[in-house]
Design a protein around this ligand. Structure first.
Ligand SMILES: C[S@@+](CC[C@H](N)C(=O)[O-])C[C@H]1O[C@@H](n2cnc3c(N)ncnc32)[C@H](O)[C@@H]1O
Length: 292
């Protein structure tokens, strides 16, 4: 990146877009903008009015380092150390799954149930909180409720705790490390249980984006029983941890939707079992109410 022509913001963006495209990025322009905004410590939108501005060498050196990491295959969210979810910015690192937009459906469904009981303070459990996106978004928008968020990964919980503090909701969220309901204190029950557990079958591995496999934590991705093992464990146990009339919300892949609905019916512990679709009209999540 050095010729007599000055390195303006516009020129850096064009060069980097071509470079990242040549490295296989599908969103090279957007990624170039995100990385440059990060190096310049400004908002992405501010770049548009500064195209002719020449970038100082120290910022260019920082930008070069970020571009190098991205070009090596590291997902842009890990390079930046942040990701957007539900219009909020969250810290992420390689110990946590990068937030996916389809997970916003779980937050919307959960908040609908909180609103339908307006005025009440609900007790809400999230299993497998990862970076904490679900529990923190819920805590932000359900200010009367209190939360328990669990994960089997202590390193993920550290990220989630920082995100709770960053969004000023840490006082209403307890965090606990452990395998699914083993992390829940004896006798505790909840009005709502929400989870986006690992649900990718090992047999789907070859169809997956190589960057996801190389960089995102496998404990967050893969589950036995063709992807349904953790979902099944949650469905079989959750009713015991729900208050009367309480709700269970689960995300999964469209590949396992049918089997998840069958497992839910087979337990005989839920009513109003329905499957929700994501924006691509694919079956993406289950909503079920405790029956007994
Ligand atoms: C698909 S990620 C979801 C993370 C976050 N909730 C999100 O939606 O982005 C699944 C999370 O479940 C955790 N996990 C996997 N197996 C678990 C288990 N048996 N008990 C508790 N957490 C588990 C993983 O560490 C990971 O953080």
């Amino acid at each position: 990146m050095s010729t007599a022509e000055p390195w303006t913001i516009g020129r850096l963006l064009n060069w980097t877009t071509d470079y990242l495209t040549s490295k296989g990025s599908d969103e090279a322009r957007l990624e170039a903008q995100l990385l440059l905004a990060h190096a310049l410590n400004c908002q992405k939108i501010q770049l548009y009015t500064r195209f002719e501005e020449v970038v100082a060498e120290d910022c260019r050196a920082k930008f070069r380092e970020l571009v190098k990491q991205r070009a090596s295959g590291i997902p842009v969210a890990y390079v930046l150390g942040t990701s957007e979810f539900y219009s909020m910015t969250f810290e992420v690192n390689s110990n946590v799954l990068i937030p996916r937009p389809e997970t916003e459906h779980l937050v919307i469904e959960a908040l609908d149930r909180v609103k339908s009981r307006s005025g009440e303070s609900l007790r809400i459990l999230e299993l497998g909180t990862g970076s904490g996106i679900i529990v923190v978004a819920l805590a932000k928008h359900a200010p009367k409720s209190t939360f328990l968020a669990t994960d089997i990964s202590g390193k993920a919980l550290e990220v989630a705790q920082r995100n709770a503090a960053k969004h000023a909701v840490a006082e209403r969220i307890q965090f606990a490390e452990g395998d699914l309901f083993a992390a829940v204190p004896d006798g505790e029950t909840f009005d709502l249980i929400v989870s986006n557990p690992p649900y990718v079958a090992q047999s789907e591995r070859s169809m997956m984006d190589a960057q996801v496999i190389a960089h995102e934590p496998h404990v967050a991705l893969f589950a036995e029983e063709e992807g349904t093992a953790v979902l099944r464990q949650i469905l079989e146990a959750a009713a015991d941890y729900l208050n009367p009339g309480g709700w269970l919300l689960l995300e999964f892949s469209p590949m396992v939707a049918q089997r998840v609905a069958e497992i839910a019916q087979k337990t005989g512990r839920y009513r109003q079992v329905s499957i929700g679709k994501d924006l691509a009209r694919l079956d993406r999540y289950l909503v079920a109410q405790k029956a007994d």
